[in-house]
Design a protein around this ligand. Sequence first.
Ligand code: B12
Ligand code: SF4
Length: 473
Amino acid sequence: MHRVLLVNTNQIKPPVAPLALDYLASALKGFEVDLLDLCFAEDFTREIDGYFASSSAFAIALTLRNTDDTQFAGQDFFVPRLKEIADRLKSHTSAPIVLGGAGFSIMPEAILQYCDLDLGIWGEGEISLARLLERARAGEDYYDVPGLIYRVGDGFRRNRPRYLDLGAIPSPERKRVDNHRYFAEGGMGNIETKRGCPKTCIYCADPLGKGRRIRMRSPKSVADEIETLFNMGIDHLHFCDSEFNLPPSHAEAVCLEIISRGLGSKVRWYAYCSPAPFGQELATLFQRAGCAGINFGVDSANDRMLRTLGRDFTVDELERTARICHRQGIVFMYDLLLGGPGETRDSLRGTIETMKRLSPHRVGASLGIRVFPGTRLAALVRREGPIANNPNLHGAKDEGFFAPVFYLSSALGEDATQYLAQLIEGDKRFFSSFAQAAERNYNYNQNLILVEAIKNGYRGAFWDILRRLEERA
Ligand code: B12
Ligand code: SF4
């Protein structure tokens, strides 16, 4: 049988299980699938050399989850490491190398060019990777495979993607990835209930890879997968939907299925949610279904900034959702994206004051917004004039927004970080990625305090582990 090698290139700690590779492995029927997981490798070159010393593969598929840490205070860029990994693989084999992944799908051509590779698939990989490999195995031309990006002369050509009918696929087996180890060292399992988002938040790259139409899995298949994970001993999960409560009817149906299987008292789960719509009934169902915490993508508590960022809720709705969570006893975080177009010291101060008043259990105060190509923010930046001279941009000011570059409104002044630091100083509810105190730094890239806590038995979403650590201290 033809052997395919899947490679996880993500080396961030604490580790997050490469859910993509478990899902792709389930879709690659009729192939022998090896997994080279470089996450735990002390020396990735040795792992690669070791694999090729005793094995070979007719095709190699690499996943790139994160292009960078997307934090203004971090600016860690992972594509150079991806190139090193690809180069090492190429030193052993001439088998085709295919790239894919959430990060890859945001700027696929630029990444292929940088890594000197010829093939990628943007968006979801289940149909396309399987089809590409089947064609390659049969010695047939594969250049019409949906979502394929391939080199033509000096440039690349991109095929339109084809989206899976998620309602029709069987529950994935979750056997390929070492989910036990990820749970032991990363503190949670993961699962998706749907893909796609129709909203138009100006900075967001999620719809680029997942599509703009929401496609939902059946609640039964989701609950089957939760049971599979639970039977492996994984009882803390993170839903990997962009927004678990969009649409609320699907979140409700998933919760009802979890409750009817008796899983609500066995499994603790976390999710990203939109602050609206979020009603009392949904909150009650969440709790009965085992919700341990919610991270709401709030961005701002200033109606003008919310409109500028393309959000479709208001500060009144943020107040309402916070009230519901408090009343219901749901642990929650409000995640802010500060410094966007039009942000001033007044709007920033007002947002922080409102957060203090609404008092979520934690507030993520992220200053500076990563500009991703293909987003409305990237188009807005171009309209602001020449990139190189744009006073709102910080980081690598290249035309394609390839290496980390951040929008930080110049109206905040030169000392924007210090200004924000003063506003949140001494308030333990606030996380930032520039915080000196480790319990308040929510950049999860090489976050050693989290690594240690998980080793000592903490489980759950990273922000909630940090919260519990601080509260225990
Ligand atoms: C949930 C989530 C989290 C959770 C994860 C919880 C958990 N236990 O899994 C938490 C909060 C921990 C988290 C942390 C971080 N995250 Co996050 N996260 C997500 C989110 C919402 C879902 C990821 C996911 O698992 N999706 C489901 C899987 C199945 O989808 P997928 O990986 O994309 O795989 C599909 C396709 O891409 C494709 N595919 C994937 N690989 C391959 C390979 C080949 C060869 C092919 C053909 C196809 C293919 O097929 C797959 C199946 O269809 C995404 C956004 C999104 N909607 O995807 C952001 C996202 C991946 N995260 C992001 C970031 C930046 C981070 C952090 C670095 C933030 C930080 N500084 O702390 C950390 C990194 C953590 C780590 N160790 O890697 C960014 C990456 C952006 C970028 N340009 O790099 C994203 C895209 C969000 C965003 N828009 O900014 N994250
Ligand atoms: S931020 Fe959330 S709601 Fe907005 S487009 Fe992205 S995934 Fe959708």
